[in-house]
Ligand binder design. Structure first.
Ligand SMILES: [Ca+2]
Ligand SMILES: [Ca+2]
Ligand SMILES: [Ca+2]
Ligand SMILES: [Ca+2]
Length: 395
């Protein structure tokens, strides 16, 4: 009767909405009593529909439930995490879930729960927390998008629970940040800011407006962070680490000023800092709802910028010029790009030496191969593992 999260990925919002209908009314006295008995940090459960009588509780996942097997009807999730309730032992069969946000007891359905998994994200209940990311080996060691130097383009994912994953291009992932990454409302990488030839990550701290540099270690991990912007960066909308536009061989950062829609270039200084900014776009950039430093997509040796137009869903390529500005734009996506919740410019993922784009729509990841003309060709690699990543950032 119950299904897996993947099968229901498209209907997550609807399902959660229905779940909330199961909350007990404010006047349900027995449930109120149960509430007071359930300690914070635990999942509590009862064998009847009103939350009275003997109480089961656990703070860890349980592959079997002993005498509580097929008994649980009412649950109260005080773990602060997702709780997945499986029909069979050892986390098998269909399941339903209670989210961390539910601050009331839940009941409903039949007594068919035989194992319980407590997990940071719903993906953890049935799958790897990170999605599948496999890239071809590029003929040259360009460095752009490759954090561990194996010539395969990498991706980094900040998940819904604030963990950071390094996706090496082999299909597997590695934890490189155990938590706290939700404190950043912008994460971007590309190019080397610290001056050691290894690609770095730049992060904006939401609460403070500070800008941090996390230097790449060269093996996919990140070293000790360095403050490169003491504050005020919340006045900027989108930020994109870009590659080298200023022409000094050092990576630069682009930012859109919220109040004016101007596009600014912040030149990397080679020691991890940022120099005096330079205006490269006089206005209108607030109309773009994604900026992606995609590398040199036109093959002229200059980094180019990809931007998605909010009003039309079009994708534009802004060409880096010899005068160290962005020149004429070229339409590379005629529409529909607003359905993509991740657009990743990770360098050459197809293995022909030219940078590509990858984009995910909530289930599938699609490769858009960069062509010699600067355009794109969509390739469906049938990778449907990008579900339940709505709260995540891939870059
Ligand atoms: Ca790599
Ligand atoms: Ca570096
Ligand atoms: Ca170019
Ligand atoms: Ca390519």
């Amino acid at each position: 009767m119950r299904t897996t999260l993947f099968q229901r990925a498209a209907a997550v919002a609807t399902t959660l909405g229905l779940t909330s209908l199961g909350l007990l009314g404010a006047g349900a006295a027995p449930a109120q009593a149960a509430t007071s008995d359930c300690p914070k940090g635990y999942l509590c459960a009862w064998a009847n529909g009103d939350g009275t009588g003997p109480m089961f509780k656990t703070k860890t996942s349980m592959p079997t439930l002993g005498s509580w097997d097929n008994k649980i009807l009412t649950r109260y999730n005080r773990t602060g995490l997702n709780v997945c309730l499986f029909d069979e032992q050892n986390y098998a069969g269909g399941y339903s879930w209670d989210t961390p946000a539910e601050s009331y007891p839940i009941n409903g359905g039949n007594a068919e729960i035989s194992s319980i998994k407590i997990a940071p994200t719903l993906r953890d209940c049935e799958s790897d927390p990170y999605p599948y990311w496999a890239t071809a080996t590029s003929p040259r060691a360009g460095g752009f998008g490759d954090m561990n130097g194996d010539r395969r383009a990498d991706a980094v994912l900040s998940d819904e629970a604030g963990r950071l994953w390094f996706l090496s291009g082999s299909g597997s992932g590695r934890l490189i940040g155990s938590g706290g990454w939700k404190a950043f409302d912008t994460l971007t990488r590309h190019g080397d800011f610290s001056g050691d030839g290894r690609e770095d990550v730049i992060a904006r701290e939401k609460a403070t407006g500070k800008l941090w540099l996390y230097p790449g270690t060269g093996s996919g991990g990140l070293g000790a962070r360095k403050l490169i912007g003491t504050g005020g960066w919340n006045s900027m909308g989108r930020l994109a680490a870009f590659g080298d536009l200023s022409g000094d061989g050092r990576s630069d950062l682009l930012g859109v000023e919220k109040a004016t829609g101007k596009l600014w270039l912040y030149p990397g200084t080679g020691s991890g800092g940022l120099g005096a900014r330079k205006l490269i776009g006089t206005g209108g950039w607030n109309g773009m709802n994604a900026l992606v430093g995609a590398g040199d997509m036109t093959g002229d040796g200059r980094a180019d910028l990809v931007a998605r137009e909010k009003a039309t869903g079009k994708l534009w390529l802004y060409l880096g010029t010899s005068t160290r500005t962005l020149g004429a734009r070229k339409l590379i996506g005629t529409g529909g790009w607003n359905s993509m919740n991740h657009i990743i410019g990770a360098g050459d993922t197809s293995g022909d030496g030219r940078p590509d784009l990858e984009a995910a729509d909530g289930v599938g990841l699609y490769q858009y191969q960069g062509l010699a003309t600067g355009g794109l060709r969509k390739v469906d690699n049938d990778n449907r593992s990008w579900w339940a990543l709505e709260g995540a950032t891939a870059f």
